[in-house]
Design a protein. Structure first.
Length: 167
């Protein structure tokens, strides 16, 4: 399947895995990520006919997914104000993380969760999805300079928090 998808079904088949992976990283909760993924593809299905030829379909989907994640996160904050608890046993690696590694991973997860949503999304798109700044700008709205600034600020905040924690 190369080129632009010819149907919303093909679009979902082609991009569901990466959208779900992105939402899981962004939300930190498998059930919420599944719900946000369903919302993403429902919205995409409804809007597919209005998609212009030559559009960056992948960036368009990630923008819809980012908006769905933001809505989900706002709802979660209203309901409970809880922090995301990361499932560390499911992380890729050769062996289960040690207790010290688990604590470090939790510290990173807390620091990422504390980032403003736009910075967190920009960081995830850049670091895990391999998006360029133009694509990030398309997903989040704004321009390339703003996308670059969001990634930079996210990394700067993470470094500051993590260095503070290790001191």
């Amino acid at each position: 399947m190369h080129g632009s998808p010819t149907s919303s079904r093909e679009l979902a088949e082609r991009h569901r895995h990466e959208i779900l992976r992105y939402l899981l990283r962004l939300l930190g909760d498998a059930e919420e990520a599944q719900d946000a993924c369903q919302q993403t593809f429902l919205h995409a299905h409804r809007a597919f006919g209005r998609l212009r030829a030559g559009s960056n379909v992948r960036a368009w989907l990630f923008r819809i997914a980012t908006n769905a994640a933001r809505s989900m996160a706002r709802g979660r904050a209203r309901r409970s104000g809880r922090m995301v608890e990361v499932e560390l046993d499911g992380l890729p690696g050769r062996c289960p993380p040690s207790l010290e590694d688990r604590e470090q991973l939790r510290a990173v997860a807390r620091a990422v969760e504390a980032l403003p949503s736009r910075q967190r999304a920009a960081l995830m798109l850049r670091q895990f999805e391999g998006f360029g700044y133009r694509e990030i700008a398309s997903c989040l709205g704004g321009n390339e300079a703003a996308a670059r600034a969001n990634v930079y600020q996210a990394l700067k905040k993470l470094r500051a928090v993590l260095l503070e924690d290790s001191a």
